[in-house]
Design a protein around this ligand. Structure first.
Ligand code: EPZ
Length: 423
């Protein structure tokens, strides 16, 4: 089991890490996963560049291979070929990654008209229901039976439809885009998710021959085609990984430049970091964060759908709230149990009270090292940031959660002057 050991000087003169230097931001996990699913739509080769080398992508590639696909990684480039889709069974239990398999549903249905997929259960951050996915697919004529923990789907009579999502679900928007792109006909998605990853998927689908307009807005129109072509595509930068390292830079103090990213994807975070007293500047594809490590509380932070404050940065930002002078209130509006990291952070001296989806922090002057358990991906990242700030040596257990979404975080942080060992 992976552990990250974060040391701050020797026990005698333990002092918090100050981050200095510049780093390149990885490709986006939450864009790469639906793009791998989209590669199922065509029998021709797809090449994804800037594809992050992380566990969730590995799992998705295993699911792609289990469908009869061939994948080959060369550095940041991944080549995918699925000439003959031999089975509509979307393997997920072996791959051990239930959630990602759901992203395959729309494209497998478009290609083979039949699909069987394990019903993805809840996970570390909530029940993760899929009712919005299923309602939309049914409106497109997909027949779905739920039997013994599996979904049996038949899309032999699938058709374009005018679909309104009850909630702008990212995954449901992507599933509808994938099915709609791979069948003849026109589909409109209203109340669509507006996350940048949706726009990335739309750009890719256009390169394969689907006609997608409005991706990234709440109204998406798709003119599908049952004979989509192969394509080469560069995965967008990971705005959540970028935001995580920006928060670490503000919390630890020093001066950090992040390259190969899109500042406009993290404007909601930039506003909060400036409010906390950090200096933040940006240009076309880089952001500079400088601070003396002494920050002021920013009042209230509410997570929301894009372009609001991203729920995926809520846990990392909670460390900034914990060490800012004054009180900070964080409201988690998207997932129902996304505060599991707070129990671990209190072991390091964080002062916080939680009531349902509201966490109230009283800023403390310092944190103390501890052995802590990562409970989920972003919560694990928060514990690493806290370890950088704490005096002494922090051990983050269950590091496999972190490896799901961050490419070699120890290398990134050590390039900025930290001392992080992965064991
Ligand atoms: C995507 O998850 C991301 N994952 C999540 O990132 C991200 O937190 C989330 O969008 C919100 O931005 C990927 O893209 C792989 P949703 P997804 O459907 O698609 C409820 C990370 O850390 N809902 O927009 O599952 C759901 O329970 C991960 O990188 C229904 O009720 O998110 C949740 O409360 C975590 N019924 C809310 O909507 C449904 O059918 C948002 O879910 C679907 C969702």
């Amino acid at each position: 089991m992976t552990r990250y050991i974060i040391s701050n000087g020797s026990a005698a003169d333990a002092k918090p890490t100050v981050l200095k230097g510049n780093i390149s931001v990885q490709g986006a996990k939450n864009a790469a996963l639906p793009l791998i699913a989209a590669a199922v739509l065509t029998g021709e080769d797809v090449v994804l560049s800037n594809c992050p080398d992380i566990a969730d992508v590995d799992n998705m590639l295993k699911i792609f291979s289990a469908l009869g696909g061939v994948t080959e990684r060369r550095g940041d480039k991944v080549k995918l070929s699925l000439k003959y889709l031999t089975s509509g069974e979307i393997e997920s239990r072996l791959a051990g990654e239930l959630r990602s398999s759901l992203f395959m549903l729309g494209s497998v249905l478009a290609r083979t008209k039949k699909a069987k997929v394990a019903y993805p259960g809840g996970c570390d951050i909530g029940l993760r229901p899929i009712d919005i996915h299923l309602k939309a697919l049914r409106e497109m004529g997909v027949r779905i039976r739920d039997r013994y923990g599996y979904l049996y789907c038949d899309a032999s009579e699938a058709h374009g439809a005018d679909v309104t999502l009850d909630y702008p679900s990212v995954g449901a928007t992507e599933n509808v885009m994938l099915l709609a792109s791979g069948i003849d006909g026109v589909t409109v998605i209203r109340n669509a998710a507006r996350e940048p990853e949706i726009e990335d998927l739309g750009n890719f689908l256009c390169k394969t021959g689907a006609r997608v307009t409005g991706a990234g807005t709440q109204l998406i129109k798709i003119e599908g085609c049952s004979a989509l072509k192969g394509a080469e595509y560069e995965v967008m930068p990971d705005r959540i990984a970028a935001g995580t390292y920006m928060i670490a830079a503000a919390v630890c103090g020093g001066e950090t430049v992040l390259r190969d990213m899109k500042p406009e994807h993290v404007f909601s975070l930039i506003g909060k970091l400036r409010e906390s007293g950090a200096e933040v500047e940006y240009n076309g594809n880089s952001v500079r964060v400088a601070s003396d490590g002494r920050l002021k509380a920013v009042g209230v932070v509410e997570t929301g759908t894009y372009p609001g404050f991203p729920t995926d940065l809520q846990a990392p930002f909670s460390v900034l709230a914990a060490v800012s002078e004054g009180s900070t209130v964080i409201v988690e509006n998207i997932f129902e149990t996304r505060f599991k990291h707070l129990a671990e952070l209190t072991k390091m001296g964080v002062s916080v009270k939680v009531k349902g989806r509201v966490a109230v922090f009283e800023g403390v002057k310092s944190l103390s090292a501890a052995e802590v358990q990562a409970m989920d991906l972003r919560g694990g990242a928060a514990l690493m940031i806290a370890g950088l700030k704490a005096s002494g040596t922090t051990v983050v257990e269950n590091g496999h959660h972190i490896e799901r979404g961050y490419a070699a975080p120890e290398e990134v942080l050590n390039a900025l002057g930290a001392s992080v060992i992965k064991v």
